[in-house]
Design a protein around this ligand. Structure first.
Ligand SMILES: [Ca+2]
Ligand SMILES: [Ca+2]
Ligand SMILES: [Ca+2]
Ligand SMILES: [Ca+2]
Length: 135
């Protein structure tokens, strides 16, 4: 009796939790699809970098090797650009862009596993990451 009484609320809670996770997945799936090519609803740093490389190419309209402030408009603020620009040339090359993706990836992944899940991608920090990797 005691055992059963304990079991029922736990099972109920588990059911509610899995439903909530499912709902979040369904809501974000379009975004996830774009940045997560294998569509397992878990974004690895590798996948984020690959998506970021595409964005880098697209944003780099003058076709040099760097993203200037105007090319980064709406994605990286001037203040953030300064911080992400250790060689201080006022623009981000691919390595600097990758480092910034890594930083935002880690910030958006508080559970410290190797992937960003849908619910993490939906947070404020997840959206900051998306600014770098979503076309
Ligand atoms: Ca994946
Ligand atoms: Ca450029
Ligand atoms: Ca630079
Ligand atoms: Ca995670």
């Amino acid at each position: 009796m005691t055992k059963l009484a304990k079991f029922i609320p736990i099972a109920g809670a588990a059911l509610i939790m899995s439903t909530a996770v499912y709902a979040a997945d369904a809501e974000i799936s379009d975004t996830m699809k774009v940045v997560d090519p294998d569509m397992d609803n878990a974004l690895t740093l590798e996948e984020a970098q690959a998506a970021g490389a595409k964005v880098f190419k697209k944003l780099n309209t003058d076709d040099d090797n760097t993203l200037e402030a105007d090319e980064l408009k709406g994605r990286v603020s001037e203040r953030q650009l300064k911080k992400a620009d250790p060689d201080d040339d006022g623009s981000l090359d691919m390595a600097e862009y990758e480092a910034l993706i890594k930083k935002r990836f880690e910030a958006a992944n508080p559970d410290g596993d190797d992937t960003i899940e849908s619910d993490e991608l939906e947070t404020k920090k997840g959206k900051k990451l998306l600014e770098l990797i979503q076309e």
